[in-house]
Every structure is written in C-alpha cells, then in structure tokens.
Design a protein around this ligand. Structure first.
Ligand code: SF4
Ligand code: SF4
Ligand code: SF4
Length: 391
C-alpha cells in the first residue's frame, strides 16, 4: 500500500539539503487524462505550500496536462507556478522524480539513475505525486476524488468500503477491485467490505468489476496500459509487460498452458526487482497479485476451458432456448454469418461451426430466447423443429 515512510525519508532528505530547491507537484495524470485534482485544486495548492515550507524550497511548481486554470487560481499570490506539460509523452514513467528532473532540463521525461537532479537554474528538484504532497502536509481532507473504471468520477469519504466505492462508480455487485497505478493493489471479493484510508492510495484510478467481467479482461487492460507506457529502457519492463500481455491473450484464446502461465508468473517476480521505475515494478506486482487472488479463475481457463464470466469467446457458445423461441426469424436477419437455421414457427438453431460469437442475435431477439453458455449447455434440438409455444 502506501510508501509513507519512504516519502517522509525523502522529505527529510530534501529538507536537510543546502542550497536552492524547487518543489514539484506531479499532477500529470499517468494516462494523459485531465487531472482528478482539478476538483480539489485549493486543497492541493494549500498542501504544496506547506510542503514547500517544510523542505525550505524557494518556490514550487505544479505540473499538469490540459487546462491548469483551477491550479493557477488557487495558487494566486503564492510562490507556486503552474506549468502545463502537454509535451510529456509518457505519463506513468513521468511519475518518477528523476523523469521530472530530466524534463525540466529540456530532456525527455524518462526515469534515470542519476540522483539528485537540478534545474538549469541550479535548483534541486524535489518531486512528489499529489497524494504524497497531501499526506506530507498533514492536512488531509475528509474526501478525495477518484476515477472508477476510467471515466466515473467519484467522491470518496474517509472510511468508505471498497464495495461502496465500486457501487458509486457503477459496479453495484463488485467481486474485485484494483487500486490503480502506481500501486496496483488487488482486492478480492472477501475484502470488499473493508473500509480503507483514502490517503493510503498513491494513484487516482480504481478498477472495479463484477461477475460479468472476466479477470483476463481486467488483467489485459491494465497490463496493456503498462506495456503502452513502457519507455523501453529496462528489458524486464519492455519485454516483461509484452510477454505477460501475450500470455493473457493466450489464456483468452485457449493457447496457454500451465507452463506458459507459470513462466509469466516467474517473469513478473523478476520485473518487481529488475526495473528502474514504478511501471515495470508495478506491472509485475499486478500480475503476481492477480495470480494470488484470482489464480483459480485464470487456471480454470487453461485447464478446464472455462470462463465463468462468459466473456472469453473461445469458451462460450450461443444457444436458442427452446421454451422461449417463437420462430419469428428476427435473429436470422441480425446474423451476418448465416449461422442461424429456422423457418416461421420453428425453433431456430445456431450452428456452432458458423457462429462467430458476435452476440448480435441476442439483442435482436424480442423474447430473450438467445443466451450464452459456458461448460453447461442448455438443451435444444440439433435442427429446427416446430415451436412449442402456443402464444
Ligand atoms: S521500468 Fe519501464 S517505464 Fe520505467 S524506466 Fe524502465 S522501461 Fe522505462
Ligand atoms: S452470435 Fe453472431 S454469429 Fe453467432 S449466431 Fe448470433 S449473430 Fe450469428
Ligand atoms: S430465437 Fe428469438 S429472434 Fe430467433 S426466432 Fe426465436 S424468438 Fe425469434
């Protein structure tokens, strides 16, 4: 969870340094979105001011993407400058303090091993994420904004449970939650009734999912984000995120086996220790936590060809329920693959060979007679037979 002790150590180390210092608040969203902190600009700027004084920096800089007016208004009259960093290519790697230092020196915003880094004016760069700045200021607001599943902005009160936050974000019956980058903490169903400290989370993203979402889709989405963001400097991040992404795709497509899955788990263990910044480290940690909390579901795909969420196309089939079909033929019109056989007042039948599992027929059927099935298939005729429904 949070690295508060490390932050405090960094704060104390910065405070102990002699010379000019620049406090930088990295309000650049890791995925390039508008910062969630715009809605809490005053709280953030107040905390920046407190931390600036704590470390003895002459001035502070808030880096953001897009419109920084909310931050500028809140910073009026203070020794705080707001700068939009729209030219930053990579959001996640940019969250490393060394990347910020390079950026302020006119270089690409990638992490590096050189520490400390000074600006061209000779100021020592002291960089923190917004959540860290709030924690270090000691002035913790009672609420905090998060994005749930990318776009649902939710105001979370101190002490709310994971389940409540997921519901506020549109997932009423969550079975899992992942606190997003840069932490990637994974919580299973039995942990969702726990309340949590909103200020213990580094990032502003929360991923919530219910029984209709397959864990492979959640894993693929987040690992792809990491793979998209890798700056390529570390082989375990560059290749590791790619290999894990390919393994997850193989699991979805029925091409993975337990050997390839275990190889990906071992690779993830290496990534945690062999990468320069949080992107590679957290991508590895994410896959390890998913394997720990949702490993059975991942393994069921591989060993039992079973996707309980009925999401992975490889493991599902579409069927017409014989007691509901009226033989209206609307599903035939909706199917571009000519995969449905039938005639008026006959129970229609879907060909397992021709069906591409697009799902178009499900929404076209006025009777709700077409369903997806996993390992257990509903009974039905092999070829069209007269309908049983009399209405
Ligand atoms: S961990 Fe990934 S993003 Fe970070 S420096 Fe290494 S390659 Fe770049
Ligand atoms: S799922 Fe798509 S391809 Fe399959 S029967 Fe329905 S409409 Fe046709
Ligand atoms: S499955 Fe639905 S759409 Fe297709 S014939 Fe039967 S009732 Fe009509």
């Amino acid at each position: 969870m949070n690295s508060f002790n490390l932050e405090k150590e960094r704060l104390e180390a910065y405070a102990a340094k002699e010379g000019k210092k620049l406090l930088v608040c990295e309000a650049v969203h890791p995925l390039g979105k508008e910062s969630v902190w715009i809605d809490a600009a005053k709280d953030l700027i107040d905390s920046v001011e407190i931390v600036r004084e704590k470390i003895g920096a002459e001035k502070a800089l808030v880096l953001c993407k897009g419109d920084g007016k909310a931050f500028e208004d809140a910073a009026a009259g203070k020794a705080i400058e707001v700068k939009t960093a729209d030219d930053v290519e990579y959001g996640m790697p940019f969250m490393a303090p060394t990347a910020v230092g390079r950026y302020l020196n006119g270089e690409q915003g990638y992490p590096c091993l050189d520490k400390p880094i000074c600006t061209p004016d000779g100021e020592l760069v002291c960089a923190f994420l917004p959540s860290a700045i709030i924690r270090l200021s000691g002035k913790l607001p009672e609420t905090r904004e998060f994005f749930v599943n990318d776009t649902n902005k939710v105001t979370v009160k101190q002490g709310q449970t994971w389940a409540e936050v997921a519901a506020a974000g549109g997932v009423a019956e969550a079975r899992g939650v992942i606190a997003g980058f840069p932490d990637f903490d994974v919580f299973g169903e039995d942990e969702l009734a726990q309340s949590f400290d909103i200020w213990s989370l580094e990032g502003d993203e929360i991923e919530a999912f219910d029984a209709n979402t397959c864990i492979t889709d959640v894993a693929l989405k987040l690992i792809t984000q990491c793979n998209d963001q890798t700056c390529g400097r570390c082989i375990f991040c560059r290749e590791g995120t790619l290999q894990i992404k390919l393994t997850i795709q193989d699991i979805q497509n029925g091409k993975a086996n337990m050997e390839s899955y275990n190889l990906a788990v071992n690779l993830a263990k290496q990534m945690v220790h062999q990468t320069l910044c949080g992107v590679g480290t957290q991508a590895g940690k994410l896959f390890l936590e998913l394997a720990d909390k949702f490993g059975k579901e991942l393994e069921d795909h591989i060993t039992s060809k079973d996707c309980k969420a009925l999401s992975c196309k490889k493991y599902i089939t579409y069927h017409v329920l014989q007691n509901l079909c009226t033989g209206c033929g609307k599903c035939v019109d909706a199917c571009d693959e000519d995969a449905i056989d039938g005639k008026p007042r006959f129970i229609h039948v879907i060909s397992k060979i021709d069906c591409t599992k697009c799902g178009n027929c499900v929404s076209a059927c006025p009777e709700g007679a077409i369903v997806k099935a996993g390992k257990i298939k509903p009974p039905g005729p092999m070829r069209p037979i007269p309908c049983r429904r009399k209405d």
